[in-house]
Design a protein around this ligand. Structure first.
Ligand SMILES: NC(=O)c1ccc[n+]([C@@H]2O[C@H](COP(=O)([O-])OP(=O)(O)OC[C@H]3O[C@@H](n4cnc5c(N)ncnc54)[C@H](O)[C@@H]3O)[C@@H](O)[C@H]2O)c1
Length: 336
């Protein structure tokens, strides 16, 4: 049994505590939140779990093997480093840290101590994303040409990160998992409509080393909630609507072929292919349940998790470049 301590019991923390309690390989020993009133809720829902307002107390408990961190991004690095230095495995919320340098430091510490460092890229463990990955790796979509995502809604405004750092990690994690090309440069533009607050509306373009491009539109100011992702391939295209429980994934057997006339290069023959639309069956399991079980397995088997510290670092690298590009009205920044 792996004993867990969870830091942060705000919006996301309760989902983590519930899943780590339900997982047969893990048991939550203690929850830490800086607000005492929050701990009353923990006691009411999970009577056997201890509560504390002191992070050091939780991290240094001898009966805690792994620390789960679900606090705002600005606190991730210090808390994760303290936990690793205390010899604890770490499950860290997205985005992993505020800078590439911090993520690299955490990777180094985890590696040095042989500890599991996993980042909560929840979408990777969902049925729809697993299905898209299966379609891409099985060759059903052909060559991947683009990844295009709209992730917009009204609020929740964050104060320590802009809308890209808040919402785009989901898409960057999915993109990194399903697009078989390496991102080489990033451009981004965005705007804050409120003095002193981070950008609430932003657009990010990711350039890949192959014949492939990615785009993410993130917005906290949209009157409607949209979670639409398109993955376009040379053979078929996928439309993923995360808000449609019945037809979450649709695979369109559609495409375009362009043939240039040999005699006159200006003349081209465009032919459109329009075939059937297929709605694959999607496994309906809570992603977090799959994910926490995978964290436990990774610790037990000493194998790197699917969303390890390196996957977290790759997302932070793109976010950091996007921030730099946004400061230059979108001029692309190369990824080193
Ligand atoms: N994986 C997902 O789908 C998903 C969804 C939502 C949020 N998140 C991530 O989870 C993290 C938390 O987000 P949230 O929306 O739950 O935030 P939140 O503000 O609702 O909750 C954070 C909690 O942490 C506590 N806290 C803050 N600093 C602390 C400290 N130093 N010590 C102890 N407690 C502290 C706060 O009192 C609060 O209760 C963020 O990194 C966010 O990006 C992930």
């Amino acid at each position: 049994m792996i004993n867990i301590g969870v830091i942060g019991y705000g919006y996301w923390g309760p989902n983590l505590v519930r899943n780590f309690q339900q997982c047969k390989s893990t048991s939550v020993k203690c929850v830490c939140d800086m607000h005492k009133s929050v701990l009353e809720r923990v006691k009411a829902t999970h009577p056997g779990v201890d509560g504390t307002v002191w992070t050091e107390e939780l991290i240094n408990r001898p009966d805690v093997d792994a620390v789960v961190i679900a606090t705002p991004v600005s606190t991730h690095f210090d808390l994760a480093l303290d936990a690793l230095k205390a010899g604890k495995h770490v499950f860290l919320e997205k985005p992993m840290t505020q800078t590439v340098e911090q993520s690299e430091r955490l990777l180094e510490e985890a590696e040095k101590r042989n500890l599991t460092l996993m980042v909560d890229h929840t979408f990777i463990y969902t049925g729809p994303v697993r299905k898209i990955h299966e379609l891409v790796t099985g060759g059903d979509l052909g060559e991947i040409l683009y990844y295009d995502s709209v992730r917009i809604n009204l609020g929740l405004f964050q104060h320590d990160v802009d809308v890209l750092w808040d919402l785009a990690p989901h898409d960057l994690a999915i993109m990194q998992h399903v697009v078989p090309h390496k991102p080489v440069a990033v451009s981004a533009t965005g705007m804050s409509h409120f003095d002193g607050e981070p950008e609430n509306t932003a657009y990010m373009t990711i350039f890949f080393d192959g014949n492939c491009i990615g785009h993410i539109h993130a917005n906290w100011m949209s009157p409607v909630k949209i979670r639409h992702t398109l993955v376009g391939g040379s053979k078929q295209m996928v439309v993923y609507n995360d808000l449609d429980p019945n037809e979450t994934i649709k695979v369109y057997n559609k495409g375009v072929t362009i043939n240039r006339n040999r005699e006159s290069v200006r003349e081209m023959l465009v032919s459109y292919r329009s075939g059937d639309v297929h709605i694959p069956q999607i496994e309906r399991i809570e992603a977090l349940a799959v994910e926490v079980a995978h964290f436990a397995e990774s610790i037990e088997n000493k194998t790197p998790p699917l969303t390890d510290g390196k996957a977290g670092l790759d997302v932070v690298r793109i976010l950091e470049a996007a921030t730099e590009a946004m400061g230059m009205q979108g001029r692309p920044v190369e990824l080193t």
